[in-house]
Design a protein around this ligand. Sequence first.
Ligand SMILES: [Fe+2]
Length: 200
Amino acid sequence: MNREILFPTPVYFKMVKDPKKMNKYLFPLIKAWSKKDKSVEKTNSGGGWHSPTNMNFKKEYKPLIDELFAMQEEIYKDYGMQPKPGLGNMWANINYPGSYNKQHLHPNSQWSGVYYVKVSKNSGRLFVEDPRPGASITLPRRVKGLPKALWHVVIYPAIEGQMIMFPSWLSHGVEINESKEKGEKGWRVSVSFNFIQIDK
Ligand SMILES: [Fe+2]
């Protein structure tokens, strides 16, 4: 018997060059921003602070933006896209203990993703769901131990310094932050973004 896997759903992940240095630099900037600007209300928000979405226009975040673009270039090669990516918008998230993000997708963009600045134990993992509507109508009983490509939901642990990128139409969410750490030690800090496709 032969088998083909059609319509794959790619999820890419990659560490930035120097995670410790990057996060030591980013954390105080985002923390200070959260004291200055009010949280932006979003339908998927379950508490926490969501920055304005103009982070891509702020010069101080260039070190991270450069890393994101380098990863997008790799994805463009791997996924056969051309000519080049553009950063549509970008924002920072602070999920305090008790906050989460309901499942959602990102309209009007090609690739979305997250970068982890700070996580603590049980501060919430990213989950992605089978995006095919038909596949969710009937969920057959199946044996345990199937390969990941056949799962209905896949969970990714949050790793400081890691970038994750996936198609913007892929439904995803973030578990509740159940950290027992006190104060900012229990925060889960991440940066989200949407990449579009541009001509020049
Ligand atoms: Fe999202």
